[in-house]
Write a protein that binds this ligand. Structure first.
Ligand code: MG
Length: 267
């Protein structure tokens, strides 16, 4: 099921997406959900055309835990190795993006004044469905609510200049999520793509992840409690590159859909 979060008549609601097509196609309908998607809910049967409402971020996470260098080709393009001197895989690199970095489909990425090298990073995002800690890899599927598309927008110059990445990857609007959460999906081998103004920049497969989703969640939950709605970003494939004011950036993940955002100058 695809579950979208949206605004209607000044209220926030969740709805199940019905039909096939893109966000703007006019072919999609939302069946409004009664209850909370993370717990018991039912479909109300009250339907609204999706292109007549404003989609919101599909989830408001308490935290976003992101993983770096999870695709070898991308690590190499930034000059990093993913193995230690003995040839053993390095532990996954993790960092936070704050809840205030989240925007939804169609929202603007505001280019911050302190950077002059903003990059796109197309990523599969995992949405947690249950409070959990110390989840063994074989039980990770029990704590996953679903999957959505993400753009781990990064101020590359700031990232290289500052030791911690809080500003480079945590500024307002640096975490577009959407367009909805797909709850029935096998994340093992999906195409993920990023285009800028319709031109392909990134193309990868989740099967190229160094560590699959189950290992990442086991690793992160070894350290911290994950709450319903928390988001795990699973790393980006090769092809990251600059975004400029006026660009339209789109992240498409097979089985989920397309997340599109425009870049504007921060006012
Ligand atoms: Mg990333």
């Amino acid at each position: 099921m695809r579950i979208a979060r949206f605004s209607i008549d000044g209220n926030v609601a969740f709805g199940a997406v019905e039909g096939e097509g893109t966000v703007d196609s006019g072919d999609l309908v939302l069946d409004i959900i009664k209850g909370i998607p993370y717990a018991d809910f039912e479909l109300s049967g009250v339907k609204v055309p999706l292109n007549k409402v404003r989609l919101l971020p599909p989830v408001l996470p308490s935290k976003i835990v992101a993983v770096g260098r999870n695709y070898a080709e991308h690590a190499a393009e930034l000059g990093h190795s993913v193995v230690d001197e003995a040839g053993r895989p390095e532990a996954p690199l993790t960092f936070f993006k704050p809840s205030t970095s989240v925007i939804g489909p169609g929202d603007a990425i505001a280019y911050p004044a302190f950077s002059s090298d903003l990059h796109h990073e197309a990523e599969l995002a995992v949405v947690i469905g249950r409070m959990c800690r110390e989840v063994p890899p074989e039980r990770v599927k029990d704590v996953i609510f679903g999957y959505t598309a993400a753009n781990d927008v990064t101020a590359r110059d700031v990232q290289q200049r500052e030791k911690q990445w809080a500003r480079a990857k945590g500024f307002d609007t640096s975490c577009p999520l959407g367009p909805w959460v797909e709850t029935e999906l096998d994340p093992a081998d999906l195409t993920l793509q990023c285009t800028v103004n319709g031109e392909q920049r990134q193309l990868g497969r989740t099967s190229d992840m160094i560590r699959p989703v189950a290992d990442l969640i086991a690793h992160i939950s070894e350290a911290m409690t994950l709450l319903p709605g928390d988001v795990i970003l699973t790393g980006t494939p090769a092809g990251v590159g600059p975004l400029n004011v006026g660009d339209e950036v789109a992240v498409t993940i097979e089985g989920i859909g397309t997340l599109t955002n425009k870049v504007i100058k921060r006012g």
